[in-house]
Design a protein around this ligand. Structure first.
Ligand code: PXG
Length: 441
């Protein structure tokens, strides 16, 4: 296929998401191809993917099993109605996914994105209490600096100020516990920080304030990604689970980023040994190839809905494209690739090398913290006086010019390469960042 010509005129119509549109269009950064660990730019350069796209291409790019599965599926069955009808691959995929997840998380509801998975899980939690006769449990608890997508439920329980402040009063009846980031006590931690399990006790404060009979669910990312890689202190997630159990509150883990091998185990649920009632996923489920998300729920939650006359719909929720045949094919090809190449546990094998490489940046210019877990890393920079985010954004632009794709949020560089990365590529990524940091204002 020939490349479309690009003029400043035809860059104009596309209002880009979460992008500095005017800055971008003055000097566009366009990818036209991708294979393995590398993107190809419109000007013919190779760029090492340090971010797995947007935390989604866990098996790297252009993986043949996924490509072929999608091609076959489009030709065979392009679409089947999602409501009151089915197709075999959706059932096959749900069964394979639930086999990957520890029991009792054994049912799967399909969506098309992380944001939709979050809305689905929040609605499931509210409806669960109601079908069990506890309809007074309507409150949702999130956490400061949480990211749960961009729909109204997600930004309400989320805790990123810029994502919330423009959009009115959001959902009512939502409260937040504090975030767990504590550079003063935990700077330069490798893996889970030692200090901060006590931040879970904040949940008790909210339980006492609102009364447990009003609280439906607590939602957290096991490792907060978008907000700059906030790793849970040792013991913190376990304590959240205990408090939820004591008070009949559902616990939701948002695993849109941590799911599918990012931490060195299939899910954060396995990694931390804490089992929530609901798990939201997306991204790595299809290796980013076709939009898809999935919510896992416990047998207890599922069973609560399976009452009443059998001809009645049990849960008034779903999307035209829930379990889309092409997305299911992509997901099945993705799971095959993960399994054949051992990718869901590869991050555990590389974690020490990754940690050593990242922490070798301690002492580099502007660096005030480095943190890592699985194949996730963050390098926090001292903000420029009066101009927050500018220094990290310059690092992003300069790294791109130097052939490496990184991601920044605030003044934090976040790294999450495809799980196929080799040690030499880890070196390339870190060495490029070191050079970029030394040259920054
Ligand atoms: N939950 C979590 C934990 C996420 O990280 C979403 C929900 C929403 O997913 P969708 O598919 O609706 O975008 C996300 C998405 C970044 C970055 O660079 C992170 C996300 C998306 C885009 C960029 O940090 N996370």
């Amino acid at each position: 296929m020939s490349q479309p010509a690009l003029t400043s005129n035809n860059l104009d119509a596309f209002w880009m998401p979460f992008t500095a549109n005017r800055q971008f269009k003055k000097n566009p950064r366009l990818f036209v191809g991708a294979e393995g660990m590398y993107y190809k730019t419109a000007d013919g350069r190779q760029v090492l993917d340090g971010t797995a796209g947007l935390w989604c291409c866990n098996a790297g790019h252009a993986r043949p099993r996924i490509t072929e599965a999608v091609q076959r599926q489009v030709a065979e069955l392009d679409y089947a109605p999602a409501f009151q009808m089915g197709h075999p691959h959706a059932f096959e995929l749900a069964a394979r996914l639930s086999a990957l997840m520890p029991s009792p998380l054994d049912h799967v509801f399909f969506t098309n994105s992380g944001s939709e998975s979050v809305e689905t899980a929040l609605k499931m939690a509210l409806a669960y209490h109601r079908v069990r006769g506890e309809g007074s449990r309507t409150r949702l608890i999130g956490r400061e600096r949480g990211y749960h997508g961009v729909n109204f439920g997600g930004i309400s329980v989320g805790g990123i100020v810029a994502n919330r402040k423009m959009f009115g009063t959001l959902l009512g009846g939502v409260d937040h516990i504090r975030h767990t980031h504590d550079i003063e006590r935990n700077a330069f931690s490798r893996g889970q920080p030692e200090n901060g399990a006590e931040y879970a006790e904040e949940l008790i404060r909210l339980v006492q304030l609102h009364d447990p009979s009003t609280i439906a669910a607590v939602i957290v990312e096991p490792v907060a990604g978008s907000t700059g890689v906030l790793i849970p202190p040792k013991g913190y997630l376990k304590r959240l689970r205990e408090i939820c159990d004591q008070h009949g509150i559902l616990l939701i883990f948002d695993e849109v980023i941590t799911g599918f091998g990012r931490l060195g185990s299939p899910f954060a649920v396995d990694h931390f040994g804490v089992v929530p009632d609901l798990v939201t996923t997306a991204k790595g489920i299809t290796n980013g190839v076709i939009p898809m998300g999935a919510v896992f729920c416990s047998s207890d939650v599922h069973q609560a809905f399976m009452t009443g006359p059998e001809h009645l719909i049990e849960f008034f929720h779903g999307y035209t494209y829930s379990g889309h045949p092409v997305a299911c094919a992509a997901a099945l090809g993705t799971l095959d690739t993960y399994e054949e190449e051992g990718l869901l546990t590869r991050a555990a094998e590389l974690e020490d090398y990754w940690a050593d490489a990242l922490h070798s940046l301690k002492g580099a210019r502007h660096v005030i913290d480095i943190r890592n877990i699985g194949l996730i890393g963050a390098i926090e920079l001292e903000p420029m006086a009066g101009e927050p985010t500018k220094r990290a954004f310059s690092a992003f632009l300069n790294a791109y010019e130097a052939g490496v794709l990184i991601r920044t949020t605030g003044d934090i560089i976040a790294l999450s390469p495809p799980l196929i990365i080799e040690k030499s590529e880890i070196d390339q990524l870190v060495d490029t960042i070191r050079t970029v940091l030394e040259a920054l204002d």
